[in-house]
Write a protein that binds this ligand. Structure first.
Ligand code: HEC
Length: 135
């Protein structure tokens, strides 16, 4: 509980109540909006070249270590944060870090800009939250 000085209680409460929606809006801003995710999807499936190795639905064209869908319960190369995914996409995965021996070139070998890498990273996290399509 926040201790409020007794004499300013009504005023302070009014301020706190007024601040609440701002706090909620700030949390929303941290989650990528749907326009970002949609832009990321286009890049993932197209110019980013990601789908070539990871599959349109993240099914992993180069084997189980390259899956990105919800069935992957443990990430191999990052902690699941947006920043972690951005870092992996930017740097790629070289032979020293690959768990399968297969490598990912920086930015997947594409010419994505830093801003586009962030969009595609938001889509990777979105893809990973989606339940697997029934086969
Ligand atoms: C040439 C094939 C190839 C391309 C293109 C490629 N990747 Fe990868 N990616 C890999 C491989 C291989 C790994 C590492 C798997 C391993 O350790 O065996 C990997 C790992 C990853 C990981 C980490 C997965 C984990 O478990 O931590 C992410 C995220 C990722 N790629 C996203 C992308 C995105 C987004 C793109 C497009 C910009 C992309 N990749 C393009 C082959 C590729």
């Amino acid at each position: 509980m926040i201790a409020l000085p007794p004499r300013c209680r009504p005023a302070c409460l009014a301020v706190l109540v007024a601040l609440l929606p701002a706090t909620i809006r700030a949390q929303d801003a941290a989650a990528p909006d749907s326009a970002t995710v949609a832009a990321g999807r286009q890049l993932f499936e197209g110019r980013g070249l990601c789908a070539t190795c990871h599959g349109i639905a993240g099914e992993g064209m180069l084997g189980p270590t390259t899956t990105l869908h919800a069935g992957k319960t443990k990430w191999l190369h990052h902690d699941g944060s947006l920043e972690g995914v951005v870092a992996v996409i930017t740097a790629g995965v070289d032979a020293d870090h690959s768990t399968s021996g297969q490598v990912m070139p920086p930015r997947g070998g594409s010419r994505l800009t830093d801003a586009q890498v962030r969009q595609v990273a938001a889509y990777v996290l979105h893809l990973h939250r989606k339940p697997l399509a029934p086969s």
